[in-house]
Design a protein around this ligand. Structure first.
Ligand code: ZN
Length: 203
């Protein structure tokens, strides 16, 4: 239960944010209704990612924090995880691991190897595998925003079949923001009010 003081503080922080210069064309959404509980989501990041890649992953997590507007917030516990994700003795939920077609092939299912997937989300463990040698010049930040979206909608929803939605199943049509339809699905699955989220419109 949030105390009255912390709710008041949250409202004050919200007002300070409103008074500052607007950095996007859309004003910030109202904070979730009083009495909500922010869900803190620990995340572990593979040490094999470069600093640039870790920056892109953290930026994607931050973008989701902003979109979720207080309903949930990611906490990066470590970005130096060096244990193999396929070690049966290690069970880490919400691990973001770096995989390649020339190394660490074991954790990849034949389905992943046989399709052009850039990253793979495992709903059983909430883990994300980035297939690093398929990324090329694509933007890892956008790829990660899409994969993180899977945390909140799948199962039951795997993808949104509207071009221009972050959860469209093809990188070429995904925006670098959490769109309104994705926000509505997240709200539906997580029982959060999507109108309190910070989303972009599908062009
Ligand atoms: Zn997907």
């Amino acid at each position: 239960m949030r105390s009255g003081v912390s709710v008041l503080f949250a409202l004050l922080v919200g007002c300070v944010a409103c008074a500052g210069p607007l950095t996007s064309s859309r004003p910030r959404a109202p904070l979730p209704e009083p009495g909500y509980h922010t869900e803190y989501l620990p995340v572990w990041i593979d040490a094999k990612f470069s600093d640039k890649e870790k920056g892109d992953i953290r930026a994607a997590l931050d973008a989701w924090d902003t979109a979720l507007n207080g309903y949930a917030q990611f906490i990066v516990v470590s970005d130096k995880i060096d244990r193999p994700a396929d070690d049966p003795a290690v069970t880490i939920r919400r691990l973001i691991s770096k995989q390649g077609l020339t190394f660490n092939r074991e954790p990849m299912s034949p389905e992943t190897l046989d399709t052009p997937e850039l990253a793979h989300y495992d709903p059983d463990a909430d883990n994300i595998m980035v297939l690093s040698d398929r990324i090329g010049f694509r933007d890892l930040h956008i790829i990660m925003m899409h994969e993180i979206g899977h945390y909140f909608i799948s199962p039951p929803v795997m993808h949104v079949l509207i071009k221009g939605s972050l959860m469209f199943p093809s990188y070429d049509f995904q925006p670098a923001c959490v769109d309104k339809v994705t926000a509505m699905y997240v709200g539906e699955v997580q029982k959060w009010d999507w109108r309190h989220m910070v989303y972009c419109e599908i062009p």
